[in-house]
Write a protein that binds this ligand. Structure first.
Ligand code: FE
Length: 196
């Protein structure tokens, strides 16, 4: 069920933000450039390892950022598309990440949650920029469960990170588009599922 709060969050994710470029994607006004632009590539989003820290059945929420949480606020979202660049709704988007100190909550569900892409294929979370931990560059883990088809497990990366060049599984096809400043960040990634 879509609540008023959901609608407000959605409006905030996809409304104009000062100082950020805009791209028109199939009539939707979204912050930042699409990743990848439709027509440029129809390759499915690359899969990556789940890693050791996934906890099944995270809560359904679009807001992972708690009021007292350390770290730079990050609003991350985008579209879920098929290989013909059509939006895919009702996809469970499940994310998990380290906190600002590079720690995962492996006892509870802090910085873990899921929600569903809407009828226009849009997804979004309010979170923080994940911290870095030894051996990896900065990243967010994600699983997409479409109503039909295979689960996509992958990771998203951030541009201009010194750790990207040293990370063995880093893939530039999984880089988000980044905007904002030192006090708040916004990131966009458009997933392409191997359907359609
Ligand atoms: Fe990780």
């Amino acid at each position: 069920m879509t609540t008023r709060r959901d609608l407000l969050l959605q409006a905030a994710m996809f409304s104009a933000l000062p100082g950020l470029g805009f791209a028109q994607t199939r009539g939707l006004s979204l912050p930042l450039e699409p990743t990848p632009a439709c027509g440029e590539s129809r390759d499915a989003t690359p899969r990556q390892t789940e890693g050791p820290f996934y906890t099944p059945r995270p809560p359904q929420t679009a807001n992972l950022r708690e009021p007292d949480m350390a770290g730079i606020p990050l609003r991350i979202g985008g579209l879920v598309l098929d290989r013909r660049c059509r939006p895919v709704g009702d996809v469970m988007v499940d994310v998990w990440q380290a906190d600002a100190a590079g720690q995962y909550d492996n006892a509870g569900y802090r910085l873990r949650g899921h929600q569903f892409s809407d009828g226009d294929g849009r997804w979004r979370f309010e979170t923080i920029l994940p911290g870095v931990y030894p051996g990896r560059t900065r990243h967010i883990h994600v699983k997409l469960r479409p109503p039909r088809g295979d689960v996509l497990t992958t990771q998203l990366y951030f541009p201009d990170e010194p750790g990207n060049a040293r990370d063995r599984i880093f893939d530039r096809r999984l880089l988000v588009q980044m905007g904002g400043d030192e006090t708040a960040k916004i990131a966009r990634y458009d997933f392409v599922l191997d359907v359609g």
